[in-house]
Design a protein around this ligand. Structure first.
Ligand code: GDP
Ligand code: GDP
Length: 491
């Protein structure tokens, strides 16, 4: 058994061939000025003109990501500038810790960066302590940058390395992001870790199942409310916020003005992502277009997008969605966001509530929406009246339900039991045509992403992928969730 899996892992871990979405994620963490950006730039093989020098700059910087190339290794790399400001300043608030947890949940590995010539500083110790607390499932590699500035011959480099051991993350790997010194040692340290990770993803059910999973669905939820002018977004917003409204300042890892408000629902933090007036402003030209692009980016960063429609108008025009609304809903789905539709102003249709017309309406709207957005099945549609202050529970229940499904992780064992059932359920024309899916595994949540490992040179057709997608959605009740299925061949 062992021999068999060994040869399998060797064949599969050709990082240059792995889909981008499957690559392991490595976050670079360290106090300001240790050279995180310099290392990031070297790894993604881009020279940036601007290397920030003052710690103050870090507060305003975003988390950057890119694909690192290190020999034949490929991985996703995150530059955590901005994170360290939160980790080390005295003014950390709980919600900042939430945000950083959000970022850390995207990584499996961390490069803990220190600087050789500066000696060990108290801030380094703080970062180490913080990592231990917030990154329990993450493998950490200690790396000592700026090593070219210390002499190997007089023992000062060895002394710095010895001091760094005090952090408790083992011997540091000495590098210089500036000159490229030590990059092959870094490769040597990362390669077995990343290979092991890939190997587990594709092959080792037992390890996958026993590995502790972060409770991702408990992380803060980012919700965006969008819609054309006058559909009742602001009214709905106030209904959702009630008296709990808290204005939020800039946060690490988020654009300064992307968060509009924060509230608690059912023990969970909800951030309202500011997308105010997105549809209003799309028609404007000129200087406004830059901010449109920004709001659009914020919108597509939200976990759940709630699209609000004016129920009275829908009833009058007998059309659920207009062009702009269809565009935004489709884009939300393409970007992998959870989508829900809210039909507002239902109080205006109250008089007709007992009529057949009303019943038809409740039935027809979701059907039409489904036809307009065929990319994802089972989009939840809820009917509310924001003016009457009704709908908070209905909306928030649907939002959290969608979010939880968006975060869903299914174990490999469960998926493979499911796969066998599905394969027998479908009547394949002839036995030979049956796709040879050997394993099925979930590699990512938020949104759920699966990999079907197919035997030999078999490639799943679009129809087969659609069949698997539809079955997954039905069997695991994932309406409105844009799930993805990738395929890899096992030879
Ligand atoms: P960050 O704050 O951790 O992102 O650090 P930066 O990448 O902005 O680098 C901080 C300073 O250290 C800059 O002035 C860089 O030029 C310098 N620096 C980065 N890497 C090295 C290195 O390997 N050797 C030396 N001598 N300086 C470096
Ligand atoms: P926004 O432009 O989408 O933010 O819409 P507003 O929240 O400003 O609402 C536009 C208008 O619709 C206002 O006059 C609201 O009072 C009204 N409105 C909002 N929600 C409801 C509702 O549930 N029922 C009714 N009848 N009117 C509503």
């Amino acid at each position: 058994e062992k021999v068999k899996t060994k040869s399998l892992s060797k064949k599969l871990v050709d990082f240059t061939q792995v889909d981008k979405e499957l690559l392991p994620t490595v976050i670079i963490v360290g106090r300001p000025n240790v050279g995180k950006s310099a290392l990031f730039n070297r790894l993604i093989q881009r020279r940036e003109a601007l290397v920030y020098n003052t710690p103050a700059d870090h507060v305003t910087r975003d988390i950057r990501d890119g694909i690192a190339k290190l020999g034949d290794l490929r991985f996703q790399v995150l530059d955590s500038a901005g994170l360290e400001a939160a980790a080390t300043s005295g003014s950390i608030l709980g919600r900042t810790a939430d945000m950083t947890a959000n970022v850390l949940s995207r990584s499996q590995f961390a490069i803990f960066l220190i600087a050789a010539r500066d000696g060990l500083q108290s801030m380094d110790l703080q970062v180490g302590k913080w990592l231990r607390k917030h990154a329990p499932g993450i493998k950490i590699v200690l790396v000592m940058n700026k090593s070219e500035s210390l002499d190997e011959s007089d023992g000062s480099l060895a002394a710095a390395a010895g001091e760094a051991c005090r952090l408790g993350f083992g011997d540091p790997i000495a590098i210089s992001a500036e000159t490229g010194l030590g990059m092959s040692e870094l490769y040597g340290a990362l390669k077995p870790l990343l290979e092991e990770h890939m190997f587990q993803i594709i092959n080792d059910e037992a390890t996958l199942e026993s590995s502790p999973e972060p409770e991702e669905s408990k992380l803060p939820l980012q919700l965006a409310i969008v819609g054309r002018p006058n559909v009742g977004k602001s009214t709905l917003l106030n209904t959702l916020l009630q008296e709990e409204r808290v204005l939020v300042g800039p946060e690490a890892g988020l654009t300064r003005d992307s968060i509009r408000a924060q509230f608690q629902y059912d023990g969970r933090t909800v951030y309202m992502v500011d997308t105010a007036g997105w549809l209003e402003r799309t028609k404007e030209k000129g200087p406004a277009s830059l901010s449109i692009m920004q709001t659009r980016k914020n919108l597509m960063r939200a976990h759940v997008i709630a699209l609000v429609l004016d129920g009275e108008e829908v009833a009058k025009t007998k059309r659920s969605m207009k062009h702009a609304e269809i565009v935004i809903a489709r884009q939300a789905v393409e970007e992998g966001r959870g989508l829900i539709v809210i039909v507002n102003k239902m109080d205006l249709l109250k008089g007709k509530q007992k009529s057949k017309l009303y019943g038809d309406f409740i039935k027809a709207v979701p059907e039409e929406i489904q036809k307009l957005i065929p990319q994802v099945t089972g989009i939840p549609v809820i009917f509310v009246s924001a003016r009457e202050g009704k709908g908070r529970i209905a909306v928030m229940r649907q939002v959290t339900d969608t979010y939880e499904k968006w975060c869903l992780r299914l174990s490999t064992a469960r998926l493979n039991r499911w796969l066998r059932k599905v394969m027998s359920r479908h009547s394949w024309k002839d036995q030979a045509a049956q796709p040879k899916v050997k394993y099925f595994t979930q590699v990512k949540a938020r949104p759920p992403t699966f990999v079907a490992f197919v035997k030999g040179k078999t490639v799943l057709s679009d129809t087969e992928i659609r069949f698997l997608t539809k079955s997954l959605k039905e069997d695991f009740d994932m309406g409105g969730i844009p799930i993805r299925i990738l395929q890899r061949s096992l030879s």
